[in-house]
Design a protein around this ligand. Structure first.
Ligand SMILES: C[S@@+](CC[C@H](N)C(=O)[O-])C[C@H]1O[C@@H](n2cnc3c(N)ncnc32)[C@H](O)[C@@H]1O
Length: 238
């Protein structure tokens, strides 16, 4: 939800001016046109285009209580410490999630990867911005926490990388699974894909001593997709 004390006109003008500024860095001009149209009709949902929701956040238009990014940071902190190295995969065009984590962090660094990132102003010493894809070959510091907010096609890579390297992880799934399922069919792909991601997270966590799979949700913010993380099992001693 956007703040109610900022007028629609201010929001539209600020965003359209900003989109004009970043147009030269945009590989997908058609999508930018769709985003401009969505801005003009005043689309106000955290589930709209990443560029739109990240711009709302960048300009302080989001109400903090209902901000999808701040609520996701709260969930991360409910289960993990962020005072360590944090790696965000697929931060999107404007890395707002990493910005919020870095702003709260007291120790360690946040490194965010996305090849489609725009040039962003960064005054935080503990925020490292990498305009490049995260790959299986990427090296991250020991004991890093790996996170992703709707990383689309990088979801599987995130889960596999984290579990194979025995690293804690939390990932918010999205509604953009691959076009076809593992067998090349395009029917019911999402259910298949979501189930596969859950299985990967569960088996990867259990096989690598990371506990088991845990679930969280931001349903109250109209995000219908599950959030997966490795849930450490508490050990009881006699
Ligand atoms: C839905 S957007 C991410 C949304 C963003 N996390 C947010 O907060 O709204 C998906 C992003 O995944 C990025 N991506 C896909 N594969 C990637 C990879 N291997 N490494 C880093 N980013 C990747 C794309 O460039 C795209 O920006």
């Amino acid at each position: 939800m956007l703040k109610t004390n900022i007028s629609d006109e201010v929001i539209k003008k600020t965003l359209l001016d900003y989109f004009m500024e970043i147009e030269k860095y945009t590989p997908n001009k058609e999508e930018l046109e769709r985003i401009k149209r969505a801005t003009l009709v005043g689309r106000r949902t955290s589930l709209s285009y990443p560029l739109l929701r990240q711009s709302y956040d960048l300009f302080g238009f989001e109400d903090e209580k209902t901000s999808i990014y701040l609520n996701f940071v709260d969930l991360i902190q409910k289960h993990f410490s962020i005072d360590r190295d944090v790696i965000e995969i697929a931060g999107g065009p404007i890395p707002r999630l990493s910005f919020h984590i870095a702003s709260r962090q007291t120790k360690g660094k946040v490194t965010v990867y996305d090849p489609l990132m725009y040039p962003v102003e960064n005054k935080l010493n503990n925020l490292v911005i990498k305009k490049e894809p995260f790959t299986e070959q990427t090296i991250v510091p020991k004991n890093s926490l790996i996170i992703g907010f709707m990383p689309c096609e990088a979801t599987e890579l995130l889960i596999k990388y984290a579990t194979e390297h025995k690293l804690d992880f939390m990932v918010a799934l999205c509604g953009c699974p691959p076009i076809t399922d593992y067998y090349g069919f395009d029917d019911d792909v999402f259910n298949d894909w979501e189930a596969n991601m859950k299985y990967l997270a569960m088996s990867g966590s259990e096989d690598n001593n990371l506990g088991t799979i845990g679930y969280e949700s931001l349903k109250e913010l109209n995000d219908p997709y599950p959030i997966l993380f490795n849930k450490k099992v508490k050990k009881f001693t006699k």
